[in-house]
Ligand binder design. Structure first.
Ligand code: SAH
Length: 374
């Protein structure tokens, strides 16, 4: 896969139309999303798809005659939703936080439980869903019994009032709940904590569900400690999260650009930067898609993801490496940290010709490549 291929949207045929998908976007192919789409039944006129990914379940509701609002956090998924549903007058696409839904607005809410983001994020999603429903509206949740479904179903029932599990298929579960209780309040969403490395520290702020919210990730710390002086270098942080790496370097005088696919993470990085008085660029970005064409940097840093919506997929990590190659000035350095068992080395050799280890432990390795080619 080339970087151009990574960024390409593909149209796939589905019953009654077509749907755009791309690498790095959740929801297709994904058995849980298909399971929900196969069993969902329209109830009322207006639905909210609260964790739509590329929109498989919402599409099923559109086909059954409903108006559907898609609320999504991932830039990669939003690109697909715009392409699939942008022209549809019965659909709207919104970038937003799952707990900032309009109150008592919808007849039906559908939610694939975002269990890979942790219990706090699931709880907030359920609160957002419960608030968004009109009294008597229905919440349809799909999940996996091996990823906490039974527990989350109980939480949902306590928030909504009544409900039951209606479909079981292997480990997959679908439950339908009816809102008989008043709209719940939203729990706390922010965590404040210290990010300490390289002999200085920052106060980090992160929203629920953001990668390593609450403490500096040990792999990111290892990357930070392995870097030498960054002085006034221009630094691109790919997959920046709440900003651990890029903002620590900005605090030392680097000019930092942070790219991040997840909207709550973008808001977290912007808040952390603002509180620290750091002037940085934080972009809601699928890998590098929001950077200008010829924009190049002295250094690219990354702690790449290897999960997309909970599934192990290395295509995003591969795109990070390809983007680093494209976005480095001649002589610029790419430094990444990865789990020790992930075999990045063949790809780094293919893209950069060579690499070296800056740090290694039993769990992680920090690799450095120099761009000699341009
Ligand atoms: N650099 C941060 C986060 C590392 S985890 C830290 O060290 O704490 C990897 C990050 O990559 C996550 O925040 C995830 O949301 C982000 N990510 C996943 N897919 C992405 C994509 N397509 N484009 C940009 N960022 C992505």
């Amino acid at each position: 896969m080339t970087l151009q291929q990574y960024h390409q949207l593909k149209s796939i045929p589905v019953v009654g139309g077509q749907l755009y998908v791309k690498a790095g976007a959740r929801g297709y192919p994904d058995p849980l999303f298909s399971f929900l789409a196969n069993h969902i039944r329209a109830q009322g006129e207006h639905a909210l798809d609260l964790n739509p990914g590329v929109g498989v379940a919402g599409l099923a509701l559109l086909q059954q005659g409903m108006r559907v609002d898609f609320l999504e956090t991932s830039r990669a998924a939003l690109r697909c939703l715009e392409a699939s549903f942008g022209p549809n007058p019965r659909a709207t696409i919104q970038r937003g936080l799952v707990w900032e839904t309009p109150i008592e607005h919808y007849d039906q809410v559908v939610l694939v439980l975002p269990s890979h983001r942790g219990g706090q994020y699931v709880e907030l999603s359920l609160q957002g869903a419960a608030r968004a429903l009109k009294p008597g509206g229905t919440l349809w949740i799909a999940g996996d019994k091996h990823a906490g479904f039974d527990r989350y179903f109980k939480w949902a029932r306590a928030l909504l009032g009544t409900g039951e599990i209606t479909v079981r298929d292997g480990g997959l579960r679908l439950a339908v709940l009816t809102k008989t209780l008043p709209s719940p309040e939203i729990s706390d969403t922010w965590t404040g904590f210290e990010i300490a490395a390289r002999g200085h520290s920052l106060v980090g702020s992160a929203l629920a569900g953001v990668f390593s919210a609450g403490e500096l990730d040990p792999a990111s710390q290892m990357l930070l400690e392995a870097l030498g002086d960054v002085g006034g270098a221009s630094v691109l942080d790919l997959g920046a999260g709440y900003g651990a790496i890029g903002l620590m370097l900005a605090a030392e005088g680097a000019t930092a650009t942070l790219c991040e696919d997840d909207w709550p993470s973008v808001l977290s990085a912007q808040t952390t930067a603002k509180l620290a008085g750091l002037d940085v660029q934080v972009l809601h970005c699928d890998v590098d898609d929001m950077l200008e064409g010829g924009m190049c940097y002295d250094m690219v840093v990354a702690n790449p993801p290897f999960h997309v919506g909970g599934q192990v997929i290395l295509e995003v990590a591969r795109a990070f490496v390809l983007a680093a190659r494209t976005r480095l000035k001649r002589g610029g350095r790419f430094v990444l940290v990865a789990n020790a068992f992930l075999a990045y080395e063949p790809l780094l050799r293919e893209c950069f010709g060579s690499y070296r280890y800056l740090q290694q432990s039993q769990r992680y390795k920090v690799l450095e490549c120099v761009n000699f080619r341009r």
